[in-house]
Structures are given as C-alpha cells and as structure tokens.
Design a protein around this ligand. Sequence first.
Ligand code: NOJ
Length: 558
Amino acid sequence: MSKKWWKESVIYQIYPRSFKDSNGDGIGDIKGVIQGLDYLKRLGINIIWLSPVYESPNDDNGYDISNYRAIMKEFGTMEDFDLLLKEAHKRDIKIVMDLVVNHTSDEHQWFKESRKSKDNKYRDYYIWRNGKNGQPPNDWISFFSGSAWEYDKTTEMYYLHLFSKKQADLNWENAEVRKEVFDMMKWWLDKGIDGFRMDVISLIAKDIDIDDEKDSKVVMPNIPNINNERVHKFLQEMNREVLSKYDIMTVGETPGVDPQEALNFVGNDRNELNMIFQFEHVGIGDGPDGKWGKSEFNLKEFKDIMSKWQDVLENGGWNSLYLSNHDQPRSVSRFGNDTEYREESAKMLATCIHMMKGTPYVYQGEELGMTNVKFDSLDDYRDIETINAYKEYVESGKKTKEEMMEAIYKRGRDNARTPFQWDDSENAGFTEGTPWIRVNPNYKTINAKSQLDDENSVFNYYRKLIELRKKYEIIAYGKYKLILDDDKNIYAYLRKLNNETLLVMCNFSDKNSKFTLPEDIKYNKKEVLISNYNVNCDEIEKIDLKPYEARVYLLIDR
Ligand code: NOJ
C-alpha cells in the first residue's frame, strides 16, 4: 500500500462561471472563488479542481481555449489567479487546473494560422483532411451533434472537431504540438499549481485514415478509431517530460475506458496518470439515444459497476469517486429523491461514495443537496450540447418538444450549472447583477447560509464525512468487498484494514428495507461512525433501514 497525499484528500470541483460573482456582471469569477475559500475550508476539502479559467470565446464555457497562458476576461486577471493560488495555499488547499488539450478554440492563434494555408507553419497543429465526393472525410459524429468535420473554404479542406466546430482537435502526432503542450504545463506548474484534471484525455490519439474500425479499447460509438497504443505513448512522454518532475496529482477524464484499460492509464508501473474518471456508472440506462433516452437507474447495475472498478483497481491503481460534475445532472435528483427525501438521500449518496476506496470528488452545491432545475423554455438554457441536441432531435422529428424537454430536465448539463446557492437573497447571493443563467428557484430553501449552523444539514454531514477520512486510515486504504450482492434496495459493502472492518449500508429505496448482517463478519467491538438518522447501535445483525438510510460502523476484532 503506497500512501500518497492525493489518496487521503477530498477534491472540490469549482465551475467558476457559476460559483460566485464578485463584480456584479452576472458571471462568477476568480475573486469570487477567493471569497469562497473560507467556506471550503470549513467544509474541510483540501484540493480544488478549477474548471477552465483560461482565455476563451466561451462556445463551451471555457472548454474552448484561445490562450492557455491568459485568464478569461470575465473571470479576472492573472494577478487574481496568483492571489487565489496564494490564498488557497495559505489555507492548505491545493489547486488543480483543468487541462484541455484534445482541442483548442478556433480563435486560438495556432488555429488562426493553421487555417490560412496548407503550408503554414501551424497547419499540422490540427487535423486536416480532404473530403470524399463532397462529403466529410469519414462518418465520425461530434459529441455535440452533426459531423465531427467542418469544411473550411480557404483551403477547401475539412478539420476535425470531436466537440463543437469552434473546438478544433489538436494533432498529437505532431511532436511540436506535444512540446507546446508540455511547455505550457510546466509554465503553470512552475507557478505552483498542484496538478491537472485532463479533459477527454483518452481521445487524443485517433486513427483517422483507417477505413475499417480498429479494435479500439476506448469504446466510443461516434469515433470508433481511438488508438490506445499511442494514447499511452503520449501520456508516458508527458509523464517523463513534465509530470514526474513535480509532486502533483493528475486525473484523466477518460470516456469509453473500462477497468482493464484503466490500469494502463493509472497502473503503478505505467508512469502515466494517478487517477481517471470512468463513465460507466453515469451511463446507466443510456439507450440508442445515448443520454437523451429514458435512462432508468438500476441499483444492481450500479453496484456491479462500482464493485468491478473497486476490485480491478485494487491491483495497482486508484479510483476517483464521483456522482456529479459540471457535465452531469445533480446527483440527488438522479440517484436519490430530490423531493420528499432530499436531505436523507443526499446524505446517503455521499456516504456511499465517500466510504469507497479512492479519492472522492464533490461538485459545487452537491454538499448542499442542490437539485436539478426545470426551465420552461429552451431560451433559458445555455449549454451548447443541450441546445444542439434539442435542435437535432426536435427538428428531425425523432422526439417531440415535450419529450426533449423531459430528457433535458433529466440529463442536461445546465442542471449542474445554475448558480451556487449561497443564501436566500435575490439570485441566491450569487450575483448582484443578472446571472448568466437563471438560478434554481428553490434557493430560498436550499442554500449554504441556512445549512452552515444547522448540525443536521447536508453540508455538515459532508463535513463530518470529510473529517472521518482524516481520522480513520481505513477509509482511504481499506480493501473493498461488496456484500448482499443481490439486494435490490441496499448497497452494502465492507472495507478491511488489519483487524478493522468498516461496514457501510445504504438504502437506495424510499421504503424501509431489511438488512441482515452476513454471518462470517466477526467483531467484538462496534461503533457508529456516521448515520443520517438517529441510530441505536445495539442492533446490527438485523436492521430495518429507513428510507434512504445510511450507516457506517467501525467493527474491531481483537
Ligand atoms: C469534457 C468536459 O468536461 C466538457 O464540459 C466539455 O464540453 C468537453 N470535455 C469538451 O472539452
């Protein structure tokens, strides 16, 4: 068991646009993040993952970068950033930056040059191909609807964009591109940042000129030919040139990667990354229409997926644990019950995730039990993926307007992007101006201010969970074991370290559910570490768990 600071940490993701606006322009900013540091300190997290703050025309809210070494105007200045880093470090909070290098904005200087002529110095920084009979070079589909290729008049060729057409894919086969990226990473690390979250890093190597679909281990239906071998070659080079020289943490966002392939990214002997974000559990219920289908949650599948990841990465890897982020709906709405049992289920879900083996990620507002939102009109939505998908499905007649709005209510990314709910004043205390996206109308009841001093709040439950991790080594390092595998309502598991066992039970149902302790669990001392109802510790052999009840026991066998 190799101990590392990032294995013992809890990471808090900030989506700066929606966190806190300090200057009344309706857009969250870096000074706003600084204002929030004491709140985060109180919560107890020790790492911030900051979604992109770089210069960007904001086609995809900063995931389209036009200058990697400058700060987006709406967010402030480089001085603001330096101050944030200093203020965070002063509070023992580390800062991990988002690294978005699968693509740049089409307004990046490199792309502006690249599109000028076929012999421009920057031409090969991007992926250009000729069309085929007036059609795009192949049938790859963008994650944001339509062809992944855009025709460019100037040189009469197409460039690849796996995301929007303003997000042109960089050509990682070009050594100069890799050098530029590595230099830029060093520039930030030398400033003192503490690591990177790497955007869609599993997709950086593509086999475009192969007609047959290759046997790719990164399974993406819309872009079948991801070259696994070269992804790893590039990451090993990045590790050699950059990462290995600093005491930092890295987490790669890796859509399409299964646990076996994950070991190639994070295996101890691989010299690539520390952790990855897997997508299997957030894809439960996806159908032919992907996330826009009916998507029903199924606990059995969830348990199977989470346990598979726990078990495989036990052999030399490390998990990242998350239920929500800026691309996913709110976890309490998706996996819990955001009406009658909102608080209970938010706490239960947090227990389930935070007690697993790996590093937990809290997405801003999750610690308050913030919920999904339902805006009546598409005009109130801002997310490019949502807007494009609406057009695609409704205009083609594949879905009615009502069906598509229902799908957006369930899975749209703006669910996670409504402003952080600080208090019950106008606009939830997020801004004194007009927010760039409407606030969730439930801010009067769900907000930080009302929870801070309430011992039973969701916020204080998260605070306790985070505190426990610091106190009990078994939470970071104990070995995971699923129990009651077939139970349809209860997710129960053990963690084991030396003579200690952590017993975690989570009722995912809005009904009472009966828990029976397996007979082979031996202990002679027990203690409740945390629970979301008042618990009588004496009975643990048979328990009638209440709706969304969660309990964690520490069992000691002397
Ligand atoms: C994944 C990011 O999390 C998402 O927000 C973004 O739209 C795409 N990558 C493209 O950068």
